[in-house]
Write a protein that binds this ligand. Structure first.
Ligand code: CMP
Length: 145
């Protein structure tokens, strides 16, 4: 089983597409292990996108990601990291295949609805930003933050 992180970005929340994204994720066989709605602060957004630091779109990306609430989703599935990347489609929605979340629901290169960890290393870094407890703790009943 592989754990990965999906984020419905501020544009997805504004466009009321949270339910649609979750429906597609569950329909593709993922198990939702954790779910949080929150507004990122600048520090968290910079940490999430630290690999893009210095790129021309970095500042706008941080501004966008902190512009409103997001939904962070902790997911589990066999081959989950690459399966989730396939499900969301290309970064630029105009290039994303039909049947993918970005391909079907549209958006722009920056405001592209969803984020997904792109490697095991990134998943390991990104998951604790939103779900700091250790593996397994989200499976038990009781408080989930
Ligand atoms: P995501 O898959 O979350 O990873 C990095 C994000 O940076 C990407 O989705 C887009 O939101 C944004 N991004 C990547 N490339 C560009 C670009 N050329 N112009 C604007 N935003 C970009």
């Amino acid at each position: 089983m592989e754990r990965t992180l999906c984020i419905v970005k501020p544009d997805g929340v504004r466009r009321k597409l949270v339910g649609e994204v979750l429906r597609r994720i569950e329909g593709a066989g993922f198990r939702i292990e954790g779910l949080r709605m929150l507004r990122l602060n600048r520090e968290q957004a910079e940490l999430l996108y630290d690999i893009h630091l210095g790129k021309p779109f970095f500042e706008d990306l941080v501004k966008f990601m902190t512009s409103g609430p997001i939904v962070a989703i902790l997911l589990e599935k066999e081959n989950g990291i690459s399966d989730l990347r396939d499900l969301i489609g290309e970064t630029d929605p105009s290039l994303a295949r039909r049947g993918t979340i970005r391909g079907d629901l549209g958006g722009t290169k920056q405001e592209n609805l969803v984020h997904a960890s792109d490697s095991p290393l990134r998943a390991e870094k990104e998951i604790p930003i939103f779900f700091p407890k250790t593996e397994g703790e989200y499976k038990s009943a009781g408080e989930v933050r």
